[in-house]
Design a protein. Structure first.
Ligand code: NAP
Length: 260
């Protein structure tokens, strides 16, 4: 991926900052996007010094319409951009019913609206160039109804579904599209909602360097879905097969016999 230019959202901490470090080490130039301009600038300078790559900073709150439009326009008009890491995301404190609805709506704007806008633009421009890479950061919670905040899980199910459909639409256009489904990963996402990652079962928490290294290895290997901790990807294929088994029956011209 050398001599490429990656735009990374949510690059000031956690998974996004780690993508920045690992892509810079591979020789990629970078555009870093998040709200905290000082933090982005410090990271940009250290990556430039360590790896000699060009790193620019675009401070933006992706829940603000005009900021999102500015990043979207960069993605559309900067023809050097070859990769989008659509990573910025947040969660909210508590389960769905008791969580603040204002915070929930902000989360929907960031995790769904902003990600969709940038996915749409990247898909259009990369398709027109017959080249490019899009990584959409979902979560294993896309597959989970049993725990966590239901609205957060639903935003990640949205990301997974959107990304799978983009893979179908972009097949044959030489655009790589990867859905990354991290499990619990040691980042700031927990402390941002007043929790501590140290309270979680240690055997379930991956170090962020390992997570991103696995994600990039999965991308190199052409994986459409990367779930870094799953040893047996046959489990994912069985899950997909079971989903496929119902498809011939989900839209027919008569109700099932149990309803007659
Ligand atoms: P993190 O350390 O909290 O990083 C979140 C990043 O998003 C930060 O750079 C933050 O920077 C940025 N961000 C937050 N609100 C923003 C906004 N309104 N506009 C622009 N940027 C914003 O969390 P993380 O764990 O690395 O999360 C990255 C992605 O991984 C998210 O999509 C998350 O849902 C997903 N994920 C995380 C885990 C996990 O266990 N950590 C598991 C599965 C999926 P600023 O504060 O500077 O804006």
């Amino acid at each position: 991926m050398s001599h490429q230019l990656a735009l990374i959202t949510g690059a000031s901490s956690g998974i996004g900052a780690t993508y920045a470090k690992q892509l810079a080490a591979r020789g990629n130039d970078l555009i870093l996007v998040a709200r905290d301009a000082a933090r982005l600038s410090a990271l940009a300078q250290s990556l430039h010094e360590a790896h000699g790559v060009e790193v620019s900073v675009l401070a933006a709150d992706l829940t603000r319409h005009e900021d999102l439009a500015r990043i979207d326009s960069e993605l559309r008009n900067n023809t050097r951009i070859t990769t989008l890491i659509n990573n910025a995301g947040m969660t909210v404190e508590g389960e769905f019913i008791d969580a603040s609805i204002d915070q929930t709506q902000t989360m929907l704007t960031l995790n769904v609206v902003a990600l969709t806008q940038l996915s749409h633009t990247a898909a259009q421009v990369f398709r027109s160039r017959n080249a490019g890479t899009i990584v959409n950061v979902a979560s294993v919670l896309a597959l989970v109804n049993e725990q966590a905040n239901g609205a957060y899980n639903a935003t990640k199910a949205f990301v997974l579904s959107l990304t799978r459909n983009m893979q179908r639409e972009l097949a044959g256009h030489n655009v790589r599209v990867q859905a990354l489904l991290p499990g619990l990963t040691r980042t700031e996402i927990f402390q941002r909602t007043g929790r501590s990652v140290d309270d979680l079962p240690a055997e379930m928490v991956m170090e962020v360097d390992d997570l991103v290294a696995a994600a990039l290895r999965g991308l190199d290997d052409g994986e459409a879905i990367t779930i870094p901790s799953v040893e047996d990807m046959g489990l994912w294929h069985s899950f997909e097969q079971a989903r496929g088994a119902i498809l011939p029956f989900i839209s027919l011209n008569k109700p099932a016999t149990r309803y007659r």
